[in-house]
Design a protein around this ligand. Structure first.
Ligand SMILES: [Zn+2]
Length: 389
């Protein structure tokens, strides 16, 4: 939050951007709740810029890969820790349908591991730590933040923070694009000692417009004054640390939802996002980070039929308004689409290069039963479609 206050001064548009986004988010969530069909899995390409001086700060690929695994477990609610969510909160725990991948294509279209390493003369970075985001300072430039989530891994120290030692910090949507992304200490990446990789989960929450669950009103006279603008998180007084005992009550709630990723508890206790938080993050993507889910930063090479099922959505069915939509969660290698009638005659066929949203005009196709086949070099799925215009 201190970072945000500083950025409001350095980049004055940020404050207006935040307020406008808040209004649009509330509006968007209202509309979305009427339209429950939003099942698309969003895939976000990530680049890690590892800026090191000492060997220990030059963390191995394995830690970064593990970090990506943790993010996907947390955002898809697939961690086995979720069993620890108290019963009264289980119904609020959400699969956000947001996933992360190490980028496999750089901004120039070349193959990349998604990990960039820069040996720097600086042993540590001091405020303003954003200097690490520029190659001319010995750090690394952001890859276009429209298309990549940038994570800078470096040892740093911020001056006079109220909350003591900062493990990582993130920028909300609407800030300076050159700074967009997350800075994190090397020892917080992946599973390492007490760290279970959830600092980055928390920071990505901010990057997707989530506030701390207690509403950042801990310094106000009335600590229950503000919430986090999410409907299904209970109002709570202030942050929790460590591994609190359930229930922990404040602000007339049944208990603080301290096991939420947006509290300050230990990693082992950070277990869930709520449906409201998921809707807020998905809105942030659609409203401000839409290019990133259409990015060429990650190209999926489909290995199984299930993956195709997961990443391709076809709607509506039956098709009654003359338009059949095929939507891909990510770019897929060598994808072919064909629409056949029951005699197996091709009505339509297309090889996809870069588009991820395909619309087939069905208004001139006679009503009836059809089959749509989606295939890669090694896998294919076929779905029955009814056209009734
Ligand atoms: Zn935070």
């Amino acid at each position: 939050m201190q970072y945000m206050q500083e950025q409001f001064i350095e980049y004055p548009k940020f404050k207006d951007n935040i307020n406008i986004l808040e209004a649009e988010t509330q509006e968007y969530i209202k509309k979305q709740s009427l339209n429950k069909a939003d099942e698309q899995v969003y895939i976000i390409p990530v680049v890690f810029h590892v800026i090191y001086n000492s060997a220990s700060d030059n963390i191995p690929d394995s830690r970064i890969k593990k970090q990506i695994e943790v993010l996907n477990e947390d955002f898809r609610l697939r961690s086995k820790d979720t069993a620890k969510i108290p019963d009264i909160f289980k119904q609020y725990a959400a699969d956000t349908k947001i996933e992360f991948r190490l980028a496999n294509q750089d901004p120039f279209g070349n193959y990349t591991t998604g990990i960039e390493r820069v040996k720097s003369n600086a042993e540590k970075w001091y405020a303003p730590v954003n200097t690490v985001k520029f190659a001319y300072n010995g750090g690394a430039d952001a890859w276009d933040s429209k298309y990549y989530l940038n994570v800078w891994v470096c040892s740093f120290e911020l001056g006079n923070t109220e909350d003591g030692f900062t493990l990582a910090y993130s920028q909300f949507p609407g800030g300076n694009p050159a700074y967009d992304g997350i800075v994190i200490q090397p020892f917080e990446v992946g599973v390492y000692g007490d760290a279970k990789g959830r600092t980055l989960t928390h920071e990505i929450g901010h990057w997707l417009n989530l506030y701390h669950i207690w509403g950042d009103d801990q310094d106000l006279g009335d600590k229950c004054a503000r919430g986090d603008n999410v409907e299904d998180t209970p109002n709570q007084e202030t942050m929790n640390f460590g591994v609190p005992e359930f229930p922990h009550q404040s602000c007339d709630n049944v208990s603080d939802m301290f096991m939420n990723h947006m509290d300050y508890v230990d990693d082992e206790m950070k277990l869930m996002f709520t449906h409201g938080q998921a809707a807020r993050m998905r809105s942030a993507i659609k409203l401000r980070r839409n290019e990133i889910i259409n990015s060429s930063g990650y190209i999926l090479s489909v290995e199984t039929q299930n993956q195709l099922e997961d990443y391709v959505s076809i709607y509506p069915n039956p098709v009654s308004n003359g338009l059949l939509n095929i939507r891909l969660s990510t770019q897929i290698e060598n994808l072919k689409i064909s629409l056949k009638n029951i005699m197996s005659n091709n009505i339509y066929s297309k090889e996809l290069v870069a588009d991820k949203n395909i619309k087939i005009n069905t208004s001139k196709i006679p009503d009836g039963i059809y089959f749509i086949e989606i295939s890669t070099k090694t896998n294919s799925i076929t779905k029955k479609i009814i056209i009734s215009n």
